[in-house]
Design a binder for this molecule. Structure first.
Ligand SMILES: [Zn+2]
Length: 200
């Protein structure tokens, strides 16, 4: 892989100094905002708590779906941006290198220390994260649990595969879907996201 992640992280850090009056950061072709981790986690996990019981699986599916749609549109904007063309594109040698570019941008956004552990074109993507803010937040405020809690990163992992191997934008969202077999919120040493082709 020819991608220099630190170069991308620095570009995002540098660019994110520019904010308009409402705090919106126009960068990499998309509009970003700074949100408190605790605020985002509270929204997610309290939403899940409200639907506890019969509808718990529904809450999880909705949160992953929201993240995947957001990741799909956001990274489509990012990879078509002027900044991507200037900073990332010159480092891309293969289609698969895009994933390294996406993860470097995600690291810069503060989503965690994403590392691509495995990528089988068209088939499988494995991303490992040791400091997921969702897992940390769940452990701090709700304690240990029995299932993966990193819905945002799970959706994003699926979106990365959608953008590389799904139908052309905007028809490829949910062509892939991710699971989180390992999560720090259930006692594992790290969180791991495995995206594969959706079954239906
Ligand atoms: Zn996790």
């Amino acid at each position: 892989m020819a991608i220099d992640g630190s170069k991308i992280v620095h570009a995002v850090m540098e660019g994110s100094r520019i904010r308009e009056s409402k705090g919106i950061i126009p960068l990499f072709g998309v509009y970003l905002s700074i949100a408190s981790v605790q605020y985002y986690n509270t929204l997610s996990f309290e939403f899940e708590n409200k639907l506890r019981g019969e509808r718990a699986a529904e809450a999880e599916a909705l949160l992953v779906k929201a993240a995947q749609e957001c990741g799909y549109a956001t990274f489509q904007g990012i990879r078509n941006s002027w900044e991507w063309g200037e900073i990332v594109k010159p480092m891309i040698e293969t289609k698969e290198d895009q994933i390294e570019g996406f993860t470097a941008v995600s690291v810069a956004f503060g989503w965690g220390d994403l590392v691509v552990k495995e990528l089988i074109p068209h088939e499988k993507l494995v991303i490992r994260v040791t400091d997921s803010y969702e897992a940390r937040g769940h452990l701090e405020h709700y304690g240990m649990t029995e299932s993966g809690k990193c819905y945002m990163l799970r959706g994003v992992a699926g979106a990365f595969m959608d953008l590389l191997y799904g139908d052309d934008y905007p028809d490829g969202c949910f062509d892939y879907s991710a699971q989180e077999p390992f999560c720090r919120a259930k006692g594992d040493p790290y969180c791991e996201f495995v995206a594969r082709k959706s079954s239906d």
